[in-house]
Design a protein around this ligand. Structure first.
Ligand code: SF4
Length: 375
C-alpha cells in the first residue's frame, strides 16, 4: 500500500480519536479504513478494542455440526454443498438426507460431558416444515439434554414457517419449546439486494433474514451473524451489511458473535472468481471489529479459513476461533476449506497461546464459569 497523503494521515488521526473516545465510526470512515488504513494500524486498533472487551482471553468450544441434508430448493451460486431435489434419488449425485437414527449414531460417539453444542444447518428441503425442526430438536434434547442446540439459519426457519403456514414468531416459539437454544448466523451472505440477486437469487431477501433474527431475539433466542465476502461485492456492500446488523443490534442486543466468511471458490458456479488474500481477510476482521462496536464477539471460523490464518486473525480483533468441529461439517470442505476440519482442545489452546493469549472454553452463550468445573 503506498504511503498515505497528509490528508489521509489526518483522517486516520481523527478516526483514531473517535475510537479512543468510544464514538461510532461512519460508513464513509469504514470505507476509508478498508481502502487506505495500513494493515498494521488496523491490527493495533482492533486489538485495542478487543482487549477492552475481552482482555487477553480467546474463546473456543467443544462442538459438532450436523447437516441433515444437502437437498435444497435454492441454488446459490457460491454454494458447493447443495444438490437439487431431483438429485435426491440419484446415488451418484452426492445428495444426502440423514435420518434421526443416523444422528443418534453420531451422538453416541461422544461420551456425556464431552460436547456442549450441536450446530445444525443444511439445505432447505422442499418437504420440511416446522414439524421437522421441532421433532429434530426434541430428539436431541431427549438424547442429550445437556447439549445446546444451535440450529437452523433464518433461511431455513423462514421456509419452515411458510411450509407449515404459520408466522415466523410461532415457528420460533415452537422450536424453542422443543429445545432450540439459539440460531446460527448463516444465510446472511450479503444484504445488498443487487449483489444478493447475483450470488443467491431466489433465496430469502435481506429483510427476511433480519426479521427472523429480530423476532428470535425478542423471543429470547440469541443468534450470530455472518457475512460472506470476497466474491463480487465491494467495500460499500460490506459496510451496508454491517450497518444493518449494527442497527438491529442497537434495537435488540441479541447478536453474540459476528462471523465473516471468506467466499471459497471450489466446485460452484462462481469458481472463476479468485478468493480473497490473507491480508484482505485480516483487514476485514479488523474493520469489522472497529465498525461493529455493539456485537461483543468476533469469530474466525477456522473450519473455513484454516487454523493458521484463523490464529493470525487473533491479532486483528478476533476473540473466538469456534470449536473442535471434529470433521462433522462439509459446507466449507466441499468449497475448498480444510478437507477434514478437526481440532482437539489442545490444538485450539496451543493456537491461542501461540499469540500470547489465554485460551478459555466457553459455552454457546459465552459463559465460562460453569465449564471450568464441568470438564
Ligand atoms: S447456501 Fe444454503 S440455501 Fe443456498 S443453495 Fe446452499 S444450502 Fe441452499
Amino acid at each position: 500500500m503506498p504511503a498515505l497523503s497528509a490528508e489521509s494521515e489526518k483522517k486516520l488521526r481523527l478516526i483514531d480519536e473517535k475510537l479512543l473516545e468510544g464514538r461510532r465510526i461512519t460508513v464513509d470512515e469504514g470505507r476509508f479504513l478498508y481502502e487506505e488504513a495500513p494493515l498494521e494500524w488496523l491490527g493495533e486498533r482492533a486489538s485495542r478494542r478487543r482487549r477492552a472487551l475481552h482482555g487477553e482471553e480467546a474463546y473456543y468450544n467443544r462442538n459438532i455440526h450436523f447437516e441433515p441434508t444437502n437437498i435444497c430448493i435454492y441454488a446459490c451460486k457460491f454454494c458447493a454443498f447443495y444438490r437439487p431435489p431431483k438429485a435426491a434419488a440419484d446415488p451418484s449425485s452426492g445428495a444426502w438426507d440423514y435420518s434421526f437414527e443416523d444422528l443418534r449414531a453420531k451422538l453416541d460417539r461422544y461420551p456425556a460431558g464431552s460436547l456442549t453444542e450441536i450446530h445444525i444447518t443444511g439445505g432447505v428441503h422442499p418437504d420440511r416444515g416446522v414439524e421437522y425442526g421441532e421433532a429434530l430438536c426434541a430428539f436431541i434434547r431427549n438424547l442429550r439434554p445437556e447439549v445446546h442446540i444451535k440450529a437452523f439459519t433464518a433461511v431455513e426457519i423462514s421456509y419452515f414457517a411458510k411450509k407449515s403456514g404459520i408466522p415466523v414468531a410461532e415457528a420460533l416459539e415452537r422450536l424453542k419449546a422443543a429445545g432450540l437454544g439459539s440460531l446460527p448466523g448463516g444465510g446472511a451472505e450479503i444484504f445488498d439486494p443487487e449483489v444478493r440477486k447475483r450470488i443467491a437469487g431466489g433465496k430469502s431477501p435481506a429483510h427476511t433474514w433480519l426479521e427472523v433474527h429480530e423476532i428470535a431475539h425478542k423471543a429470547g433466542l440469541f443468534s450470530n451473524a455472518t457475512m460472506l465476502y470476497g466474491h463480487v461485492e465491494n467495500f460499500g456492500h460490506r459496510l451496508d451489511h454491517m450497518l444493518r446488523l449494527r442497527d438491529l443490534q442497537d434495537r435488540t442486543g441479541g447478536f453474540r458473535a459476528f462471523i465473516p466468511l471468506r467466499y471459497r471458490n471450489d466446485a460452484n458456479a462462481l469458481s472463476h472468481l479468485p478468493e480473497a488474500l490473507p491480508a484482505d481477510d485480516l483487514r476485514n476482521y479488523a474493520v469489522a471489529r472497529l465498525f461493529l462496536d455493539n456485537i461483543p464477539h468476533l469469530k474466525a471460523y477456522w473450519a473455513m479459513l484454516g487454523l493458521e490464518l484463523a490464529t493470525e486473525a487473533l491479532d486483528y480483533g478476533v476473540d473466538d476461533l469456534d470449536g473442535t468441529v471434529d470433521d462433522t461439517t462439509r459446507i466449507y470442505s466441499m468449497a475448498g476449506g480444510p478437507a477434514h476440519p478437526t481440532a482437539s482442545v489442545k490444538i485450539l489452546e496451543d493456537a491461542i497461546r501461540s499469540k500470547g493469549r489465554v485460551p478459555v472454553e466457553r459455552d454457546s452463550e459465552y459463559r465460562t464459569e460453569p465449564l471450568k468445573s464441568l470438564f
